[in-house]
Design a protein around this ligand. Structure first.
Ligand code: G4P
Length: 192
């Protein structure tokens, strides 16, 4: 994923030692070509896994997830952070706490869209503490479906997310691993 790494290095803005702003291509303005490449890459990694659904959480996970879904030719499902009036049937739900935003959301997906036959690839924009992906995995478990893996666009490798997901038995694949944001600088894993 050289294009993504270049974007992170060139367009990423270090807000502080823990937060990277990527509003220019991922979290506000979206680079559609980059999202398409992300879709291709996750497809290559998971194409033999008989994925039936891509699952993410609103809002910023949707852009990469929909391109992954397009490449697999399966639906993209996103967990909602507020109960919509149109959600008339039963729902799977759980609480997800965001340490970054210091906020807990009660997230849900309609029972209509996930069942025991589904093989799910979870996609999200950032991996920080891992609670978003763990919460999505909880929704998959409530449906007796299977999480095949977790695909992350940008992993902050200096936070606990990967370890927590691995401890939960989840396979994690990230496309860009940030080793550090110290010194107002983005350092990727493997960089000198
Ligand atoms: P987690 O995603 O691993 O669970 O970690 P955490 O709870 O700390 O972060 C939750 C929210 O913060 C997520 O957004 C995530 O995308 C965002 N986030 C975490 N670290 C960063 C960062 O360094 N930069 C940016 N730009 N965002 C970060 P969310 O609550 O799902 O909301 P939304 O922004 O997608 O709407």
């Amino acid at each position: 994923m050289n294009l993504l790494q270049e974007k992170v290095k060139e367009d990423g803005v270090v807000i502080d030692e823990k937060i990277l702003k990527v509003d220019g291509f991922l979290n506000h303005q979206i680079d559609a070509d980059l999202m398409w490449e992300i879709g291709q890459t996750f497809y290559q990694q998971f194409k033999d896994e008989e994925i039936t659904k891509i699952l993410t959480i609103e809002a910023s996970g949707i852009a990469p997830a929909i391109m992954v879904a397009k490449r697999f030719g399966v639906p993209c499902l996103f967990a909602k952070k507020a109960k919509p009036s149109t959600l008339t049937q039963g729902a799977y739900s759980t609480d997800i706490h965001s340490f970054t935003k210091n906020k807990t959301s009660h997230v849900m997906i309609s029972e209509e869209f996930l069942n025991a036959n589904d093989r799910v690839l979870i996609i999200d924009d950032f991996l920080a503490n891992g609670d978003a992906s763990l919460g999505l995995n909880e929704l998959v478990q409530q449906a007796n479906a299977t999480t095949v893996g977790v695909g992350i666009v940008i992993e902050k490798a200096f936070q606990a997310g990967r370890q927590k997901l691995n401890e939960a038995g989840l396979k994690v694949s990230s496309l860009c691993e940030v080793a550090s944001l110290a010194g107002n600088k983005v350092t990727l894993v493997g960089e000198a």
